[in-house]
Design a protein around this ligand. Sequence first.
Ligand code: BGP
Length: 478
Amino acid sequence: MEHKKLSTFPADFLWGSASAAYQVEGAPFEDGKKASVWDNFVRIPGKTFKGTNGDVAVDHYHRYKEDVALMKELGLKSYRFSVAWTRVLPEGRGAVNSAGLKFYENLVDELIENGIEPIITLYHWDLPQSLQDLYGGWESREIIGDFLNYAEILFETFKGKVKYWVSLNEQNVFTNQGWVTATHPPGKKDMKLFYQVNHIANLANATVINKFHELEIPGQIGPSFAYTPQYAKDSDPRNVLAAENAEEMYSHFWMDVYMYGEYPLAALALLREQGLAPVFEAGDAALLKSAQPDFLGINYYQSATNAWNPLDGGVGAASFNTTGKKGTTKESGVPGLHKKIQNPFVERTNWDWEIDPEGLRIALRRITSRYRIPIMITENGLGEYDKLEEGKVHDDYRINYLESHVRAIKEAITDGATVIGYHTWSYTDLLSWLNGYQKRYGFVYVDQDETMEGSLKRIPKDSYYWYQHLIETNAEEI
Ligand code: BGP
């Protein structure tokens, strides 16, 4: 629908930016920290672009004050960051490492002193290696107790200071990459295990959300889901069904569990037929139903378009573009379910991610219709090559991307969605898990590259000043 007049953003809207510990901090073994699964995975030859790792990253661990000062100047209302479990509990359980916890206490205090709302992500993929070794990490139900213990330490430490909490970042991504495509740790390809791991992660998520509410921690908690709204290629009913399949298997399969405590029926029927359905134990169903997130975090980057893909002779999985060479993504799909095709109506980034601001409005509308829950956009952004020229980065392409997405949010709010915040990915440039340092997302350029020997100097890009104005004016001009 077209509106004659758009709503304004609420006065307390959280204009923010986001990051994750492994991608920014560096200092992997300082002040008592021990290895996470990512500290080790990046050392396996061929796993990351040019063998990049987060040993230095952008050195946020040592430069957080400088970073927060730049955030303040930018006018950020909120900053979403993740805690590295291995700083707080180097082996995932046992005694608290107070030197590691201190880093986050300092960061939270620094943010608050500068008028910036801290938003903590409990888990952004850097599982303690010890827990992986001990019982297979997410493959065992033992993780639920350990995750709960870790979360409680953070709830108790930061209650009253931190009001917004993200439980799991992109459960759909870390389980899929870890156990289906083998591109993230532990690097396995096992569909049965994937659905079981995911079920265990659902239980852990529900347990932690319930504890947060039981302890009456002032504030709100929810998971962050990587939502890719699915489109059909055209009105051929088989293509429409392919899109429905993708939406069921890749979106409802997670969001329904978060919101209704139940897996969607068609997905479950298919998994039962294939012998892949997660094994429920006594109490699982009740636990999933009992937990209610306060908001749903959404990470939105792109939409996806689908066509029918026959069971016999259909295309299967393909690797994705981690090189930054446009047009190198190969056709991929799941026979009998769907095939992902290029959308001819949208532009693409150099990593072949489709640029679709309307898709964000569609995403917000779909979630609002199905779940009626406040939404926090916990990530949205453009990963591109940036060029530093005479001390400046003219990233007008990023400004265009972000501006069009902010406009889409405004339209969705006018349509009736409740959106409480917008966090761009990312604040500074940082390490992309698989794409090294050349795929940049930040408002602040950081002199760091694949040699990992950059000066680490921070330089605000044009987009930094654009966001500053947007925040000042509460996006009234958009
Ligand atoms: C999300 C992750 C982020 C970040 C982002 C960009 O899935 O939550 O941690 O990495 O994607 O992805 P990439 O670095 O692959 O471009």
